[in-house]
Design a protein around this ligand. Sequence first.
Ligand SMILES: [Mg+2]
Length: 293
Amino acid sequence: MRKNLSLENDYKKLDECELFLLDMDGTLYLGDNVFEGAVDFIHTLEKHNKKYIYLTNNSSRSGNDYIKRLKGFGFPCERENIYTSGMATAEYLRRNCSDRYIYVVGTKPFYDEIVAAGLKAFNAAIYDSEEFDSIRVSLDEKENIPVVCVGFDTELVYRDLDLAVHFLRKDADFIAANPDWVCPMPKGEVLPDCGSICALLTASSGKEPVYIGKPNRNMVDIISKMTGVENEHICCVGDRLYTDIAVAQNAGAVSVCVLTGEADEEMISKMETKPGYTLDDIWELACIIDGSF
Ligand SMILES: [Mg+2]
């Protein structure tokens, strides 16, 4: 074991974990390149009766998009194995704002997720249509101001922002799916992500969002309720310290940092609270769970 890069000295806490929440990019694959042993890692979990959920902060795509992508890579994946920050945001709104109108800035899959949760959602296109005329007036009244809900919107147009600022300046609640500034792309490129869109809205309105995705412990708490597994028996595995590892630490779950993505040994050595375990890659975790390490 690496000295000083892990909080734990043995694998007891890992052995006791019943559910693994798995980051994908940088943990199981990078872009379209699946890491060696990553698919076998999932089979190892299944062999030892451990549950697993692929967890993503990406709120631009639907659960079905991820099922298709993971299956294409050879990973076992059914509907119950995938959870996105979009799903968590819809669940959060359902629990806390079910009687409110929700103004959505996000992709169609993100919007559909919120509608599927039974919420009264609308977006700029609907707001600007004639059939919405009667509601428009009442939404501007103080008691009816909608909740502004923002995701990683790769279909964003100026009108979406304009209307969000309009409501936020009337003191609307501000909920956002994920705090990531950028979404990494192949060849070192990035896309402006949900955190950057929210930064623009904050600059224009003075309102700060509440983020639902990692590192907010909401994601783990909701999954714990869904699966019946206590947080202390949940293990979050990922390559990003301020999302994957931080969400585990915030939720009282076990954490494993793999060195195949963003985090390196130097970054971890500077952390005040280190990850529960720091491993070379996902295959090393498979060997530990299998007892062959
Ligand atoms: Mg990652």
